[in-house]
Design a protein around this ligand. Sequence first.
Ligand SMILES: [Zn+2]
Length: 401
Amino acid sequence: MAVPRRGPAGSFGAVSTALIWDPALMAYHFSPEHPFNPRRLALAVSLMEAMGLLEDVPIFPPRPAGDDELLSVHTPDYIAAVRRLSQPEAARLDAARWGLGTDDNPIFPGMHEATALVVGGTLRAAELVMSGEATRAMNIAGGLHHAHAARASGFCVYNDLAVAIQWIRQTYGARVMYIDYDAHHGDGVQGIFYHDADVLTLSLHESGRFLFPGTGFTDELGEGAGYGYSLNVPLEPFTEDDSWMAIHRELLPEIAEAFRPDVIVLQNGCDGHVRDPLTHLRATTRLYEETPRLVCEIADRFCEGRLVATGGGGYDVWNVVPRAWTLVWAALSGRQAPDGIPTRWSERWRAEAPTPLPALLRDQEDAYTPVPRRAEIESANRRMVQKLRRQAFPLLRTALH
Ligand SMILES: [Zn+2]
């Protein structure tokens, strides 16, 4: 099927952004103690709503992904194992073989159904964008970028991003640029498309020398026909907004110009924030406002606006995640978000919140202590970008022109 065009060349029409949401998505829940806490989804959506950012917004519920869709990425044995282990009475002797029953990925009843719904949410977002019903769409429950073809990993059972990208490839033959600025390397998505020249994956993350999953170095460039289409920027621990955004502004438009995608898929994990308990990066809310804005501009320039977005990691559930994803949503939907957080949102959650709730949507400039090694970190990151340029850009140029 050809990618539908949006009216006459050069006219993009009105931008409409759809949200995929239903509280049923919160069933993807490992255990009450697990850091991947679905409460963050309700906190984020209720903040968007309280700030008036969902007025006149088309909201679509997800649908469960079917076996044929999961099979486009995952192996039949793995899907059968996930389904079997989802039964409360199932024997669990072989669970570790599939990456399940571990501290990171404990088994929970209904695991198959809950994850298939998350996958269906991202598929729904991709369907809306590719059919032209919406210009951009976001499934904040999506972003399970660590799941591999036959193994759960890093809180991720099925890989919604990879299934949606594969659906776009198979249905429309479209070229997909995948951008991932979660604090962790997007290893699952990279691995699944490692041999594919029509899916370019770009991941910016805290270096695997310091953080799970320990991969995502500049020399991971793809294999076979896909050589040159996997790109990674491992960032120094304690990287701040300025250094991170400078890399986004330098690399994203240039790579898009070389690759010429038909659609962009953007993973918005917000665990690179300075307050996140699981990582060592030092972004503020600025990163989650400016990055999606930049990616919207790139999508408008190269692929008629088509942009499929998801959430991802984010473990400061009460303070950071609702604010970061509200800012992502405001950027994607082209709305201005005011600074003050409405008291009705804080009142709604105060009794349940174990920490004080934020009063402002954006971090203030001086909210966090400065990093003493700032210049050193910036120049180490710059050297890493130069290394990527030396290794990958000749391939991009040769392969594409
Ligand atoms: Zn992460």
